[in-house]
Design a protein around this ligand. Structure first.
Ligand SMILES: Cc1ncc(COP(=O)(O)O)c(C=O)c1O
Length: 498
């Protein structure tokens, strides 16, 4: 066994990993990466089909990001954000705020006249931290304190999130989560939050459609029972005299829940409901941010031409794509292009102002991390944003979305593929025992894990969420590389599941 693999086995405890299984075989030890490829210590090359757990945007060793980090490194790697400002973090905050603005179209819901958001309600302030969980933790604590301040000291702020939600692994983020497998064992440490039905058209009990060989959202036969349940939930909490403080959601697609996309119109309905009941909106765009959800649902040549003409206007977030501005926008993973741990929670002057006062009023937000506003991360973030807003990247993303759309069609021929869900540059392929009945694989059969292992043997790396295989390639992935990813996935499914 390679000496680093031996050291790993001896000393390292891996996240979300059954270590007894891990210790049974030699792990892949990554030595380098370039573009969409990773190379291990034996020289074997792998396509990075999940962008190194959903973080990498432009590929590994991108010359512009490398250069930006190297330039910053010659000046300083890190100084504290407690009591000090720094250049790249200030600039990155300004650019994030600019990129997060929504137009007037859906500022106040479809039922009311479109009008621009009041300045107080526009995302304008950035609190930096270092990972997705802390981005959520910050939003949660700010929303909690803001609600106490504005509703009075007797208030017990209550949060609502979606079934299957995953928002990270710190205690606040776990409290918002509703995946028993991950969260149940910590039950005693958590605070109570409520959950409400998330749309999951493929397995929705209200969907009367028979399974088809197409995305289940397209054939949905229902009366929006899921949003009626959301309406009931908000109303019931209001009747209890304590309306929800905040509604937490991943816009357009829930990631760790199983790459579950929302049918068109769902976001508008539920966020309008939340707003009308006085709840703050916390959008978790840790996975969906930075161009992941694509330019539009389907990239037409006209949309692409328009986007390439004005690349700096390309929508980078699911929230800006849908025009629904949250009160908190949580970003991480791709923020520094997938290079460095960097996160941000954006919020409004309305929230910010509630924390202003004389020192002795102690309205300060008493929260922070040692690496808040880290210069190297911010420099990488700036370079990544510049790339995202270039015509070349906009074109590459649109082409990648189209290529995925086309190539994925071949997978419908496999009887073990139940649903293929694509939102922009995120794909979830749900494996089932039998597609006409949607019979699922029990978790203990490790169907998703075994398929990923078979893919790795063939040189394509990704991880499943349950029985859902995730494809989330870096934006530099070429057409032949997508073909290879999809082809290898098909071979692996046939080998493992028949
Ligand atoms: C939607 C979402 N929120 C939060 C997180 C937590 O991010 P991190 O792992 O950086 O703490 C994740 C991680 O996968 C995520 O997908």
């Amino acid at each position: 066994m390679n000496s680093y693999a031996q050291l790993d086995h001896q000393y390292v405890w891996h996240p979300f990993t059954q270590m007894r299984d891990w210790l049974r075989s030699e792990p892949i030890v990554i030595a380098s990466g370039k573009g969409a490829w990773l190379t291990d210590v034996h020289g074997k090359r792998y396509l990075d089909a999940n962008a190194s757990i959903w973080t990498n945007l432009h590929g590994h060793q991108h010359p512009k990001i490398n250069a930006a980090i190297a330039r910053q490194l010659k000046r300083i790697a890190h100084s504290s954000a407690l009591g000090l400002a720094n250049e790249p973090a200030s600039l990155l905050a300004a650019k994030l705020v600019a990129a997060a603005q929504v137009g007037p179209r859906r500022a106040h819901g479809p039922s009311r006249k479109p009008r621009p958001l009041a300045m107080k309600d526009r995302l304008a302030k950035v609190f930096f931290s270092d990972n997705g969980s802390t981005a959520l933790e910050v939003a949660l604590k700010l929303a909690y304190e803001y609600t106490c301040r504005t509703r009075g000291p007797q208030t017990k702020p209550k949060f609502l999130s979606l079934t299957g939600a995953y928002h990270g692994d710190t205690i606040g983020a776990v409290s918002l989560g509703h995946i028993d497998l991950f969260h149940k064992s910590f039950g005693g440490m958590l605070f109570k939050t409520d959950q409400v039905m998330a749309p999951y058209c493929y397995r929705c009990p209200f969907n009367r459609a028979e399974p088809e060989r197409e995305d289940a959202r397209k054939h949905r036969k229902c009366n929006w029972e899921c949003t009626s349940l959301v309406a009931k939930q908000f109303a019931a909490q209001k009747r209890r005299g304590n309306p929800y403080a905040a509604f937490v959601y991943e816009p357009l697609m829930q990631g760790a829940a199983g790459m579950i996309p929302q049918p068109s119109g769902w976001m508008e309905q539920v966020t309008d409901l939340a707003r009308s009941h006085g709840a703050l909106l916390i959008a978790d765009e840790v996975m969906t941010g930075f161009g992941r959800t694509g330019l539009t649902c389907h990239v037409t040549e006209e949309a692409l031409a328009a986007a390439v003409k004005e690349p700096s206007q390309a929508k980078l977030f699911a929230s800006t794509r849908t025009g629904i501005q949250p009160d908190f926008l949580c970003l991480a993973k791709g923020l520094a292009g997938g290079y460095l741990p960097m996160a941000a929670t954006l919020t409004t002057p309305r929230v910010f102002d509630a924390f202003l006062g004389k020192y002795e009023e102690f309205k300060t937000f008493f929260h922070g991390h040692s690496f808040t506003g880290n210069q190297l991360g911010a420099a990488a973030g700036l370079a990544s944003l510049e790339l995202l807003q270039s015509a070349g990247s906009v074109r590459a993303r649109a082409r990648l979305q189209q290529t995925l759309q086309r190539e994925l069609k071949s997978l419908w021929a496999l009887p073990r593929v139940g649903d293929i869900r694509q939102v922009g540059l995120v794909v979830g392929i749900e494996l089932v025992k039998d597609w006409p009945t949607r019979a699922p694989y029990p978790l203990r059969e490790r169907a998703g894990i075994r398929v990923c292992e078979a893919m790795a043997r063939r040189g394509v790396l990704t991880r499943s969420v349950g029985s859902v295989i995730v494809l989330m390639p870096p934006y530099c992935t070429t057409e032949p590389e997508v073909k290879r990813m999809v082809g290898v996935l098909a071979e692996a499914i046939r080998e493992v599941l028949g």
